[in-house]
Design a protein around this ligand. Structure first.
Ligand code: ATP
Length: 236
């Protein structure tokens, strides 16, 4: 069975149904990208997985256990870390404090060595470790949000438009780091991203979401070569 499996997922807000019979899998070690127009339901899909959507139907399996409708905290503790759109870092707290919050539920003794590791991978965070997170640039805050999610030692990382509001060079750097983390740790990732070419470049597979259902999916290389996908999401 896949590490994460969505089976016939439905859900939405109040009376509004956003997700419709959505089926998706992410295997251990895989990077899967969700493409789709604004309002297709990409953010809602990640929120449904993380237990942040009020109303979910169908099944979410993680590591062969049903986690549908479990509390967000229990889902996070099971090994799913969500980097939300807009990053969600604590602006008044320092970089170091933000990172330690990411590890708050851990009881193992590896927190200090993990901190050292992510400071090494994100040197600008190390330079700014005593600085308030809110005083940093958008790119630095995005790296902080990712590093904070990693501090939980997740088994899968959910990333909601990590490139949002970032300059192209910074976006490229963010995706390079994500690619390295996937390669080095075999960490699975499910990424929602408008910058399809950068995201597909580090992905194993991709899929296209339209009005709450997956309408196309396949290996990243196949999607990059697909004319409809290229025109709609890659711009050439
Ligand atoms: P975007 O790229 O714009 O973030 P998306 O694919 O992530 O798009 P969602 O944010 O999941 O799309 O939104 C899907 C639909 O759900 C949209 O029609 C949106 O208006 C609606 N929606 C999102 N959040 C809420 C909410 N809190 N209450 C009511 N409707 C919502």
């Amino acid at each position: 069975m896949s590490l994460l499996e969505l089976r016939g997922l439905g859900g939405g807000y109040g009376q509004v149904e956003v997700l419709r019979d959505l089926n998706l899998t992410v295997d251990e070690g895989e990077v899967v990208v969700i493409l789709g127009a604004n309002g297709a339901g990409k953010t809602t899909t990640l929120r449904a997985i993380s237990g942040l959507l009020d109303r979910v139907s169908g099944d979410v399996f993680f590591d062969a256990s049903a986690i549908t409708n479990k509390a967000a905290q229990a889902i996070a503790q099971a090994g799913i870390s969500h980097v939300p759109q807009g990053r969600g870092t604590f602006g008044d707290l320092t970089v170091d404090e933000n990172l330690r919050i990411g590890a708050i539920t851990r009881k193992d003794g590896g927190v200090e060595s993990d901190l050292a590791r992510w400071y090494e991978m994100f040197p600008r965070l190390a330079e700014r470790r005593t600085q308030a997170a809110g005083s940093m640039s958008g790119g630095e805050q995005q790296m902080l949000a990712i590093a904070r999610a990693l501090m939980a030692r997740p088994r899968i990382l959910l990333l909601d438009e990590p490139s949002l509001g970032l300059a192209p060079l910074i976006t490229k750097e963010v995706f390079e780091r994500l690619g390295e983390i996937n390669k080095e740790d075999g960490l699975a990732m499910l990424v929602v991203e408008q910058n399809a070419s950068l995201a597909l470049a580090i992905a194993d597979r991709g899929c296209v979401l339209e009005t709450g259902s997956i309408v196309a999916s396949g290996p990243a290389s196949q999607l990059m070569a697909d004319e409809t996908v290229r025109k709609a999401y890659l711009g050439f």
